[in-house]
Design a protein around this ligand. Sequence first.
Ligand SMILES: [Zn+2]
Length: 187
Amino acid sequence: MKAVQAKIIQSKYLSNTNSTSNLHILVDEIPNFKQIIHTVAFDERLQFYYFYARHKGFVNYFISSPKWGESNGEQEFAVWIWCPTCVAKKVFDSACATCSGEKYYSTNIKGVGASNPATMHNYFPPCVNVTLTDSPIVFSRGYTFIAGAVTLEFAQNTIKEFRLPVILIQKASSRNEIEWELSFNQK
Ligand SMILES: [Zn+2]
């Protein structure tokens, strides 16, 4: 995924973050999250599974709980995940029962919920919510974008490359989770 153009839109209505400004990026191609491989973390106390995948700067994340799957009747879908057994045991040269040696496998997920970068940062490398499109027409029109996420590095490089008047600042949320927010560069 490569940034072709980028701009800052200031509106709390167009934003998919708590911030009033949002980074809009036109990219050459948005990866299909169903084809990239997610890493899974589990919170035993909350019974939440955290799914996170990175591919060429693109980030996809969501949470899932077995509890929701039974109650909300949501349609299930398949995602690829890294084999937790292989990752934990580092038995990369021998086949394990879960993935048959492929190191990742496809599994059906149901009971999916939205999350945010601050929560994901408890388990995974930093990412930033942005607004993505791969259509130049949509980019210039300025709406019907896809809310998405990119790696912190991809966001920083995009800001730099297109000389946008913002910086990403790190702040701690009320629950002491780390997040990055766009701030206008005061210089
Ligand atoms: Zn395995």
